[in-house]
Design a protein around this ligand. Structure first.
Ligand SMILES: [Ca+2]
Ligand SMILES: [Ca+2]
Length: 249
């Protein structure tokens, strides 16, 4: 985009100063930054150190549509599966880490597939634009504000802001003997507009020995399961002790 003229830096970020390397040294570099947004065409040229006015031919690349991790042209189940698989660090072609990492504005900042990426796909599925889904992200090519509708109101495409929820945890039994186990149940309440969540469990403390996390599950059979009766997807990573669930659109 002409409005986002930048130089690719050694690590793929974008900057205002040129960075020179030989073609072989560049290899494959994933360009990242808030200037790279979905559904836009970017023009790429290389510049010679010896003569910065001697530019290469233009090459054009169009980024995928928002939430469309497999570039199929629409956001659908395959895109959700890409995120869920990515959460478990499984990437089946054409899904890749870079394609699944949609959130935050500069996805390289978290360098992680997590609930934010899942919610991004859900937003896209529900026809929210990139900036409608993530209004805090910058737009390298701002367009004029939308014209008010005939009723005089500007359409609001920002997803509803979830109400804060209350998380409670219970331990059964409340004390633990050497070699014994304790079950920790986690519940959330008063989250009126909850669409998805992620959580993690770390174990430490005690005066002797170590506390070890032995299993982790989302008990979808529990009648108190927060998405009971709704369409949802879940992901559990027992290795990292993280889990997530989100309503399916
Ligand atoms: Ca797709
Ligand atoms: Ca991410």
């Amino acid at each position: 985009m002409n409005c986002a003229a930048r130089y690719v830096q050694s690590d793929g970020t974008l900057g205002t100063a040129p960075f020179y390397k030989t073609g072989i040294d560049w290899g494959t570099v994933y360009v990242t930054g808030e200037e790279i947004i979905p559904g836009k065409q970017y023009v790429v040229q290389s510049e010679l150190l010896a003569d910065p006015t001697d530019l290469s031919d233009k090459r054009r690349a169009t980024t995928f549509l928002w939430g469309d991790t497999d570039n199929s042209g629409i956001t659908e189940l395959a895109d959700l599966i890409c995120i869920i698989d990515g959460y478990g660090r499984l990437f089946m072609s054409p899904c890749t880490f870079e394609r699944a990492n949609l959130y935050p504005c500069d996805p390289q900042e978290d360098n992680l597939i997590e609930i934010g990426d899942l919610l991004a796909v859900l937003d896209a599925y529900n026809n929210y634009s990139y900036l409608g889904s993530m209004p805090d992200c910058s737009n390298p090519c701002p367009t004029p504000p939308p014209v008010p509708s005939a009723g005089g109101e500007t359409p609001d495409e920002t997803p509803p802001n979830p109400a804060p929820g209350i998380i409670t945890m219970t331990a059964t039994p409340s004390t633990i003997a050497p070699g014994g186990t304790v079950t920790i149940d986690l519940f959330v309440s008063t989250a009126g507009d909850l669409r998805g969540y992620q959580a993690g469990l770390e174990t430490n403390g005690g005066t002797r020995g170590t506390l070890t996390r032995t299993s982790l599950e989302i008990d979808t059979e529990d009648p108190n399961f927060v998405f009971d009766g709704l369409d949802y997807i879940t992901a559990v990573n027992t290795t990292s002790g993280r889990w997530a669930a989100a309503l399916y659109p």
